[in-house]
Design a protein around this ligand. Structure first.
Ligand SMILES: C[S@@+](CC[C@H](N)C(=O)[O-])C[C@H]1O[C@@H](n2cnc3c(N)ncnc32)[C@H](O)[C@@H]1O
Length: 183
């Protein structure tokens, strides 16, 4: 068993505040984090080995970069679903999907990952990047249980998240301290 000795900060802001923050941030998100986080998102997607015809869920899809990659990977016979709490992010990701001509294989919804609006055993794959750390510690277990519920037996999940190992990066500091204040 591995014991985690690093203190992680509790997330005390209410979900309405998270939603409002990301609505505002949706216009700037690609400039702020799009480039710096891309290599980690891509590494996560690669590990998942998503194949043609698979049914995939992305939680917290943001401006939709990974939704697009996933839609290419599942091909015409597959389907990608996405859920995000922010209507602003939904609008941006939806426009990106439409522009790429991939609307038929993508279904994006606004909602809370702690209560996924999908039936049990529905997905082959669940993907999440830079989203799980936005939940308060007890809620992380709720979200992971929801992922387990909607995943088929033998389904795959990949979570890309910030780490507190080593020197804190600018993004780690932003997430932990001032993201709510700068918005
Ligand atoms: C830091 S952004 C990451 C976006 C994208 N995954 C990426 O890597 O670029 C976190 C995303 O999670 C969404 N989010 C935050 N809380 C959520 C919740 N309770 N349920 C669903 N999505 C949530 C935000 O609206 C935002 O789009």
């Amino acid at each position: 068993m591995t014991v985690c000795e690093t203190e992680i900060s509790r997330v005390t802001r209410p979900k309405e505040a998270t939603k409002a923050n990301y609505d505002k941030l949706s216009k700037w998100y690609d400039i702020l984090a799009g480039r710096s986080e891309k290599k980690y998102r891509d590494a996560g997607l690669q590990k998942l080995r998503v194949g043609k015809g698979e049914i995939v869920l992305e939680i917290g899809f943001g401006t939709g970069h990974c939704i697009l990659s996933l839609a290419h990977l599942v091909g015409e016979s597959g389907k990608v679903y996405g859920i995000d709490i922010s209507a602003g992010m939904l609008e941006r990701a939806g426009a990106r999907v439409e522009e790429a001509g991939l609307s038929e294989r993508v279904d994006l919804k606004c909602g809370d990952a702690a209560k996924l609006p999908f039936g049990a055993n529905f997905f082959d794959v669940v993907f999440m990047s830079f989203t799980l750390e936005l939940f308060d510690t007890p809620d992380i277990a709720t979200v992971l249980l929801e992922c387990q519920r909607v995943l088929q037996n033998g389904g795959r999940i990949c979570i890309v998240a910030l780490s507190k190992k080593g020197k804190p990066s600018v993004m780690t500091r932003l997430y932990e301290s001032c993201i709510p204040e700068i918005l």
